[in-house]
Write a new protein. Structure first.
Length: 573
């Protein structure tokens, strides 16, 4: 169990980088796997005791700084506190793997009883001692690879690439170029990869990060694998090439994923030793394949449906209570299939998300909604803001912001007339990247709303991390609120909090005049529901909605108008 280089907290970052480079050179000269075992890091000491660790990822954050490395002390950039264990606590390889997985770390320093460094365990060193039988024989790369891959263009500057890596907390970005004439979620060809080590090498050569292009320093050619490649074979190839990550491309050379040592670590479980998990996983795979074969036989061809114009958008009006006018609407998608009639969104939206088609379908929804805003403006009516639901698949696309702004620009509409609605499932995907995306969109005037507020387990915590414009109170709190004291307390609290934080509030699922009156008295600003109007095609919108006329007092609706409000919630995609 080798010991990595050690330095005091008062040492400079330059000294640490030189120690890491020396370790690499010695391993290369001796043709050993020393770098694979020590993990290319520096342990930071205070006196003789371990207090921190400096990894390549820590050093990359410095790359954005204008200060030279000889002026930066390790104590300022190291990871602290550092998780460590004594040797006797690491005798069980599976327990050690579990610790690395839970803590999401690559390096585990080993210390003695005086907390002095005695060695290090890394993901790489663990993978090297695992038997091939620990990997599931039926597992393929597609089952464990990361499908959300952060990409950059070859002409981007290094500063842009480093900022992307630092923002998302990742160790690499894949360099891609578009494939002309291809549509759909997979339309990028990988041509290189930029890793933490490439950036550190670039900084050692004193290259200017603001003018140096990505393609000048990226690692190429790529070591690519196919989604169907056996997982054990992938692991062997990574060890043979002495690399920590491989790009996954399909038969057409399109980027579909990235597989790393961490992905391999996640694929191993103690029950694999007994063959139980591989049997269960195989059965799940068979059932999943059977499900989508059945859908295919039923000709649920979403791509063809979109090309044939079978999808359409309907728009449900929202009433501004203080003005008594319709000022906005929510866009909802509908599918009328020639073979199957009306297909509920709860049937085809999950299929679209699983297949990745949701990105292309979401683009069409955004395009269509923006065109409708433009059409209403051209017709001489008042500006109608339209809210569109966005999924995690769309939001985490690297080019989503640029693509959305392009759609708004082509439609020739003010960005403030477009609002994006997101549920909590979108927010949990990548907090930092999502917050950055919000900031970029809101700078351009596009508003953000959190839908179904209050139904998730962490709704309140998201208000600390994200900047929203609108909170939509879920209809489960609104239904019968005039006779439900507990719901009244909850909604009162939400409305009061939203007012103090500067959010607009929208109450969903309003069906009865008594609910409207209670919400008005409580200070709710906007309401949505069948009491105001059901989702309608744009040609069926009432003239008074489009003109911004003051609406007469709203009375009770008929039962035929009210039915299906709960089903409308399923159409929010």
């Amino acid at each position: 169990m080798p010991v990595p280089p050690t330095l005091p907290t008062t040492a400079s970052l330059e000294a640490a980088l030189e120690a890491m480079r020396s370790s690499l050179r010695e391993a290369s000269d001796a043709s050993t796997d020393e770098e694979q075992l020590t993990g290319n890091c520096v342990l930071v000491l205070e006196g003789q005791q371990l207090v921190g660790i400096l990894t390549e990822r820590d050093a990359v954050r410095w790359a954005l700084s204008d200060r030279p490395p000889n002026e930066i002390l390790l104590g300022a950039v190291m990871t602290h506190p550092v998780i460590s264990r004594q040797r006797h606590e690491c005798l069980d390889i599976l327990a050690t793997m579990s610790l690395l997985r839970r803590q999401r770390i690559r390096h585990l320093p080993i210390v003695d009883e005086r907390n002095q460094p005695a060695g290090i365990v890394t993901i790489t060193s663990l993978n090297r001692v695992l038997k091939e039988t620990f990997f599931l024989r039926f597992r393929q790369a597609v089952e464990v690879m990361s499908t959300t891959v952060v990409t950059v263009r070859p002409q981007d500057t290094l500063r842009q690439a480093i900022q992307t890596m630092a923002l998302r907390g990742i160790s690499c970005v894949v360099v891609t170029e578009p494939i002309p004439g291809r549509r759909g979620p997979s339309r990028e060809r990988p041509i290189g990869i930029l890793t933490e080590r490439d950036i550190l090498q670039m900084r050692r050569l004193a290259l200017a990060i603001s003018t140096t292009r990505v393609d000048e320093v990226m690692s190429a050619p790529l070591a690519c694998i196919h989604p169907a490649d056996d997982l054990a074979a992938v692991r062997d190839r990574m060890q043979k090439l002495r690399i920590r990550r491989m790009v996954v491309a399909n038969d057409d050379g399109e980027l579909v994923g990235l597989i790393t040592e961490s992905n391999l670590m996640q694929s191993i479980d103690p029950v694999d030793l007994y063959g139980v998990y591989e049997i269960l996983q195989r059965q799940v795979t068979i059932l999943r394949e059977g499900q989508f074969q059945l859908l295919s036989r039923q000709r649920f061809d979403l791509s063809r449906a979109l090309a044939n114009g079978e999808f359409r958008l309907v728009y449900q009006p929202l009433l501004n209570l203080s003005q008594g006018k319709i000022r906005s609407a929510e866009a909802l998608i509908r599918w009328t299939s020639p073979q199957h009639g009306t297909v509920p969104p709860c049937d085809f939206i999950p299929l679209a998300e699983h297949s990745g088609f949701i990105v292309e379908l979401g683009d069409w929804i955004l395009e269509t909604a923006c065109q409708q805003i433009h059409h209403w403006l051209q017709a001489g009516g008042q500006p109608i803001q339209i809210a569109v639901n966005v999924t995690a698949h769309q939001l985490l696309e690297p080019q989503f912001v640029a693509k959305l702004l392009g759609i708004v620009e082509r439609a020739g509409i003010p960005p403030a007339l477009l609002k994006l609605e997101l549920t909590e499932s979108v927010l949990v995907e990548n907090t930092m990247a999502t917050a950055h995306c919000f900031q970029e969109l809101q700078k351009q005037g596009i508003q953000i709303a959190i839908d179904d507020f209050g139904t998730g387990y962490a709704s309140l915590s998201y208000l600390q991390h994200f900047s929203f414009d609108t909170l939509k109170v879920d209809q489960s709190f609104v239904r019968g609120i005039h006779t439900n004291p507990k719901a009244q307390v909850i909604v009162h609290s939400v409305l009061d909090m939203a007012e103090k934080m500067g959010f607009t509030t929208v109450a969903e699922g309003v069906e009865f005049p008594e609910e409207l009156q209670w919400l008005r008295n409580a200070g709710c600003q906007v309401i949505q529901g069948y009491l105001i109007g059901k989702p309608l095609p744009p040609e069926q919108w009432r003239p008074e909605w489009l003109s911004g006329a003051l609406l007469p007092p709203i009375g009770a609706t008929t039962e035929s108008d009210r039915h299906g409000e709960a089903q409308e919630a399923l159409s929010s995609q």
